[in-house]
Design a protein around this ligand. Structure first.
Ligand SMILES: [Zn+2]
Length: 246
């Protein structure tokens, strides 16, 4: 592969040996991938602060023949989302976005809609004091674009319309359930909350942010996180951390 230029969002970085880093990246043109940043841990590294978590960057990348890993040639910062993470809730939210991105996005598969979604959600986190609304929007669209958004109107077990009572959901179970079919330990989500999600998340995020935050964003977010965690079949570390803080 010759030198390729692409935009990317840095999901996270890992230490590699004494001086190098591996960057987990969601690139706009090449999808999710990992690349080595040689010398990134050295004090005067040419990467400077570009590889901070969730940085929006432009980068040049190449692949050596017969090697698995990609290599970063250079990185240019387009937009930083680092300072906003001084707020601990925002930091946890950012970690959640990175973790869900790593779990749900297939490797080397370009996805322009998810790229734009992630960028819009990061900007919403940066420019508002809200955490729940950006996260809810992210969750809804990750689930919907991933093709595993449950039916909001009917019980996944018996098919009965959920109607005004709303639905129940539980860890390890796909979908929403009626009162009679609900699994043990199920949590309830109100019909009004389900309706709010469907109306609000269909708006462009910038447009939704011109409105006052509706009630139920946290409740809806917790429900969609459960759907995502069920789908990844593995507990999300950041979700556990957000539980009490966000
Ligand atoms: Zn039912």
């Amino acid at each position: 592969m010759p030198l390729r230029e692409t935009e990317a969002i840095v999901l996270r970085t890992y230490r590699l040996g004494e001086a190098d880093k591996i960057a987990s990246l969601f690139t706009r043109q090449l999808g999710r991938l990992r690349a080595v940043a040689r010398g990134a841990l050295r004090p005067k590294s040419r990467y400077g602060g570009t590889l901070e978590p969730l940085s929006y960057v432009r980068l040049w990348i190449f692949e050596r023949e017969n090697r698995d890993l990609l290599h970063l040639n250079s990185v240019e910062l387009l937009e930083s989302f680092f300072d906003m993470q001084k707020d601990y809730r925002v930091q946890l939210a950012a970690q959640y976005l990175a973790e869900v991105g790593e779990r749900l996005l297939p490797e080397r598969e370009m996805n322009e809609r998810v790229f734009r979604l992630l960028l819009a959600v990061l900007r919403a986190l940066k420019h508002s004091n809200e955490v729940n609304r950006p996260l809810l929007y992210f969750d809804y669209w990750m689930v919907r674009l991933g093709g595993f958004l449950p039916d909001f109107d009917a019980c996944a077990d018996c098919g009965r319309a959920l109607g005004e009572e709303g639905g129940y959901y539980a860890s390890g179970y796909e979908g929403l359930f009626c009162r009679d079919s609900k699994p043990p330990g199920a949590a309830k989500i109100a019909a009004a909350t389900l309706a709010m999600v469907q109306t609000a998340c269909r708006l462009p995020l910038e447009k939704w942010f011109q409105e006052t935050p509706p009630a139920g964003t946290r409740e809806a977010r917790l429900f969609l996180e459960e759907i995502i965690e069920n789908h990844t079949e593995k507990k999300l570390i950041s979700r556990k951390m957000m539980e009490e803080e966000v």
